[in-house]
Write a protein that binds this ligand. Structure first.
Ligand code: ADP
Ligand code: ZN
Ligand code: ZN
Length: 798
């Protein structure tokens, strides 16, 4: 037999399958979707078998043999192998990258495959018995001679395949001390009278016989050091074991089952439509305001899918994978659910993945990469908050989970539900055209009113002499909540590295004369630049509109806000949540739960707090500067602003107490702000579509962002220039090519960055041209030290 193998070498023109001979003794096991080690050049590399065949076009005598089989059962099934090929074309990536992204991270780590005895020695074939004498398993590479026999036993179930992962990033373990069961054992142990520490510990042991305790805690409680614990363990007073700290099966069993809620009329209508399409590949766009009961619809449709004996994938943005969300799924589906969140170690994620592969679970809830869950009988895929940019991977392969979901839905003939309170313009446009079916929930499920949103004109504040970042209204409201012992969330809208130049008197933002996009302030050179066309100018000393001298760059940090806040309400207890305070694992959850328990009056944070915050005592939300995202040099600036404001507002008034929101802005008349006030999505959509049409952006045009980097500025500029000329020669005249220009962050790690944009409506030669570009890159520019990256349908063009 011959295997076609995609090898793990992504830097040379070898992005195609290579033929390898399969040694006779390995033949019984080898299947497409398994990983192999193969000789390549003068080294051995990892690869995936993508196809098995009888013959090769190459001289069979000269074919190199597969060196080693690394799996016993395929890690990728036929469907995923096909999808990888499609992804390779769609995202213009290497096939090996597409294959790698589909397997759990643990399989990219060090690991060892082995066969484990699952019966008594007498039950397996006699030639195998010596292998298992005195041991419960043998390693894959030690078993080459008996693969055929092992395969037979595996079919019977007397031997099973298993993986032992030797992780570099070891699973976090805690040391548990198990104190001897009876005091007799302890009293029999001799301790010298001058070993004070040991005596002290023994005293503790005697009072707590039979208990297990974490060693760090024991050190605290007994007031002894670790060596003291070890010396008593050596004497037999206790035993030590290592336990993985994060797994929490106990938590699982304490979650009580909850039945479905009685659907409201609007929910029922949406549910019925989805249910009647369960065995079709329809895509639904479920547009429902925050709290309208979308999640309840997800839960009930998944229930239907399970009743049909099928499986479901539920995708959520990583940030929404909060315990609250997880518990809701576990309450409904118990241990039929696997949850893939970033708090799991690679090994734990791999455990969950195996449960999916063996169909031991029926529902997976996870972030982007859960779209590759190896279910064989998919009945439904859901993307909650479908507009979130985290669904797009930002390095190769640059895939979007939505596209993958739709591909899988066609393969399995099952529906996709895209849910959002603020759908992406692309999705809503598709729903308008009838490509997706639109379902609408207009009211909150429990009929709570939406919070009252007030827009505060910060120009007015300035005119009245208030120079602080808190308007009088917001500051009053904060003090009021503090008195009433209700909670406040303050949101600092800050994204990226960019800042812009703004007139504090009239709200004018410095724009590029050619591009309809705000200029970016560069502190080092005191210049404002357009990163689309390269236009630049000095920061003016006077506002060109109103001649005011209050013109300056804009951009603030959470720390600064915290200081200012201390001046307004010195007595308030403030929790800050931003990249700095959430760097450690689990910090995000800790801050949230502390706030939920009422340990602080005010939660201050960046966009991280916009989601997944569901506490009844929050009655005030303040958005300090709605403008920051609005003037980012990105075609999605207004869309992002609208989405954020809607989401942040949704945090207030989720309990019985009504909520109030203050949105501070220097451009309060901007439609993204006025329309977000009353959650008027439709009018926002209409207006934003008109803008996109005028400026030639998605969904009217498709966009490709091509980025070049090099250590030398001249070289990268030349590379970008040549590429643009090449593209103009290849692509149709209706396609627009913008640039080249220096990227917004023009140098990273001492590499200069350039980019160009392709905008097209229909471009039959696009994929071919992109692949050609990669070829040119590999043969000419790669060896000169340049990099090239191609982002098809980027979520942002910054
Ligand atoms: P969304 O996902 O749209 O934000 P949820 O499904 O989380 O909305 O629902 C919001 C709140 O309303 C939750 O507390 C949920 O338990 C409740 N809820 C949803 N549907 C119903 C229903 N049919 N009857 C009663 N309460 C409901
Ligand atoms: Zn002005
Ligand atoms: Zn410009």
């Amino acid at each position: 037999m011959i295997a076609e193998v995609i090898v793990d070498v992504a830097a040379h023109p070898i992005d195609r399958p290579f033929d390898y001979a399969i040694p006779k003794r390995v033949e019984v096991l080898a299947e497409p979707g398994m990983r192999v080690k193969v000789p390549f050049g003068n080294r051995k590399v990892l690869g995936f078998i993508t196809k098995m065949k009888e013959s090769s076009d190459f001289d069979p005598k000269r074919l190199k043999p597969v060196h080693e089989l690394m799996d016993v059962t395929p890690v990728l099934n036929e469907e995923l192998l096909q999808m990888a090929q499609w992804m390779k074309k769609q995202t213009v990536c290497f096939e090996i990258d597409a294959l790698q992204v589909m397997v759990p991270a643990a399989l990219r780590a060090k690991y060892e495959k082995r066969f484990v005895l699952n019966a008594t020695l007498e039950e397996i074939a006699p030639p195998l018995r010596p292998y298992f004498e005195n041991r419960s398993f043998i390693r894959l590479q030690d078993a080459v001679d008996v693969y055929a026999l092992l395969k037979k036993e595996m079919d019977k179930g007397t031997i099973v395949a298993d993986t032992d992962i030797q992780q570099q990033t070891a699973v976090k373990k805690v040391r548990m001390i198990h104190i001897a069961e009876t005091s007799e054992v302890l009293e029999a142990i001799e301790i010298r009278a001058n070993a004070k520490q040991q005596l002290k510990l023994m005293e503790y042991f005697l009072k707590n016989t039979g208990q297990s305790i974490e060693s760090s805690q024991l050190q605290k409680l007994a007031g002894v050091s670790l060596p003291t614990i070890y010396s008593l363990v050596d004497k037999g007073a206790a035993q030590i074991s290592n336990m993985e700290s994060y797994r929490d099966p106990k938590l699982l069993s304490t979650i009580e089952h909850k039945e479905s809620l009685q659907l409201t009329g609007a929910q029922q209508t949406a549910f019925d439509q989805i249910e009647s399409a369960l065995n079709t590949s329809k895509t639904f766009l479920l547009h429902g305001i925050t709290g309208s009961g979308k999640t309840e619809i997800y839960l009930q449709t998944i229930d239907q899918v399970l009743k049909q004996g099928k499986e479901a994938i539920m995708l959520v943005p990583e940030i929404s994978l909060t315990p609250q969300m997880t518990i809701r799924f576990k309450e409904r589906f118990g241990d039929q659910v696997a949850v893939l969140h970033s708090g799991l170690s690679a090994g734990e994620k791999y455990d969950e993945w195996r449960k999916i592969q063996r169909a031991e679970v029926k529902v997976v809830v996870g972030a982007r990469s859960a779209i590759f869950a190896p279910f064989q009988n998919l009945g439904l895929i859901i993307l909650d908050e479908e507009h979130e940019s985290s669904y797009k991977q930002d390095d190769s392969p640059r895939y979007h989970a939505r596209d993958m979901a739709i591909w899988r839905s066609e393969y399995h003939n099952c529906p996709v539900i895209l849910g959002s309170a603020t759908p992406s313009l692309e999705s809503y446009a598709r729903a308008q055209k009838g490509v997706y079916e639109l379902l609408v929930l207009e009211k909150r499920a429990k009929n709570q009113p939406l919070p009252a949103v007030h827009i505060v004109d910060m120009r007015e504040e300035l005119r009245n002499g208030n120079r602080s970042m808190f308007s009088v209204q917001l500051a009053d409201a904060i003090r009021d909540r503090l008195e009433k012992k209700q909670q406040t969330v303050l949101f600092l809208n800050k994204r990226g590295y960019s800042s812009f130049v703004l007139c504090r008197d009239c709200g004018t933002v410095m724009q590029c004369p050619n591009c309809d996009i705000s200029l970016t302030y560069h502190r080092s050179s005191e210049m404002m630049k357009c990163h689309y066309c390269g236009y630049d100018e000095r920061v003016p000393t006077k506002c060109p509109e109103c001649e005011s001298e209050h013109i300056r760059f804009f951009g603030t940090g959470t720390q600064k806000v915290e200081e200012e806040l201390a001046k307004v309400v010195p007595e308030a207890r403030v929790l800050r949540m931003d990249v700095d305070t959430t760097r450690t694992k689990g910090a995000h959850e800790k801050i949230l739960s502390a706030f939920g328990e009422g340990k602080a009056d005010i939660l201050l944070g960046t966009q991280m707090i916009a989601k997944g915050l569901d506490f009844p005592n929050i009655t005030l939300v303040g958005v300090l500067s709605a403008d920051t995202t609005l003037h980012l040099p990105d075609f999605r600036a207004a869309e992002k602003t609208y989405q954020l404001l809607t989401q942040v507002s949704g945090r207030a008034g989720r309990g019985v107490l009504p909520g109030t929101v203050f949105v501070q802005s220097y451009t309060p008349e901007h439609y993204a702000i006025t329309l977000a006030k009353d959650q008027l999505y439709e009018p926002f959509y209409e207006q934003e579509m008109a803008m996109r049409r005028a400026s030639g952006y998605p969904p009217y045009y498709f966009v490709v962002n091509i980025q070049f980097t090099h250590e030398d500025l001249m070289t990268v500029a030349e590379y970008a220039d040549q590429t643009v000329r090449y593209l103009k020669g290849q692509l149709s005249p209706n396609t627009l090519i913008i640039g080249p220009s220096a990227s917004l962050i023009s140098r990273v790690n001492n590499r200069y960055r350039y980019q160009c944009l392709i905008k097209y409506k229909k471009e039959s030669k696009l994929i071919d041209t992109m692949q050609q570009l990669i070829k040119i890159h590999r043969t000419e520019w790669l060896k000169k030290g340049a990099t090239l990256s191609i982002d098809m349908n980027p979520t942002s063009v910054m």
